[in-house]
Write a protein that binds this ligand. Structure first.
Ligand code: HEM
Length: 162
């Protein structure tokens, strides 16, 4: 049902923002539920070590992540982390530069989201649309490759499909 293709190192990724209908269908609390379920999956996954082991710190990540997704999905502008005037998408790509993210880690991350989405009661078409965003955008967070090389994807506003 949900598919993911490989990252092609250095290649431009054309991606689209989620359809605001996804947020409209879930609402603020529904989005939070989805993201908290996603992080419960992360906690039990092979990429748990990327995230804070301290419960309070992990809770802060869950909260910030929920607010980001609410905003990027067309909800209210509640994510306050990006510096004033900074592009949110660029900020989000660059935050991942602080971690060595491999393709394998990306697939695990997407797998956690897939599980959380499967438990969500909404139309498959909207899930597919959200997945399309996740599958593409997550490619820009991968910076560490099998041969040990690193490559940090550039943020190109022109790569966003209207
Ligand atoms: C669609 C792709 C992705 C999006 C939209 C996304 C979004 C986010 C957001 C909103 C945060 C919280 C930033 C903050 O306010 O501090 C975050 C942090 C993080 N993400 Fe992602 N992420 C994506 C893909 C990935 C992938 C594939 C990994 C693989 C491991 C990953 C690992 C992390 C880590 C380690 C953190 C930092 C947690 C901390 O603060 O300690 N992300 N991401």
């Amino acid at each position: 049902m949900f598919e993911a293709s490989n990252v092609d190192k250095g290649a431009h990724v054309n991606w689209k923002l989620p359809d605001p209908k996804f947020y409209e269908a879930l609402g603020f609390e529904g989005m939070k539920d989805l993201m908290y379920r996603f992080y419960d999956e992360i906690y039990d996954s092979g990429i748990a070590h990327f995230f804070p082991q301290d419960e309070e710190e992990f809770d802060k990540v869950k909260e910030k992540n929920s607010l980001f997704f609410i905003e990027i999905c067309g909800g209210p502008k509640v994510y306050k982390e990006a510096a004033q005037g900074q592009d949110l998408n660029e900020y989000m790509i660059r935050i991942h530069d602080n971690f060595s993210i491999t393709e394998k880690a990306r697939f695990e991350w997407l797998g956690c989201m897939e599980t959380a989405l499967r438990q969500t009661d909404m139309s498959q078409a909207l899930k597919d649309d959200f997945w399309e965003y996740l599958e593409k955008f997550s490619k820009l967070t991968v910076n560490t490759f099998e041969d040990g090389s690193v490559y940090y994807a550039a943020y190109e506003p022109g790569d966003i499909v209207p």
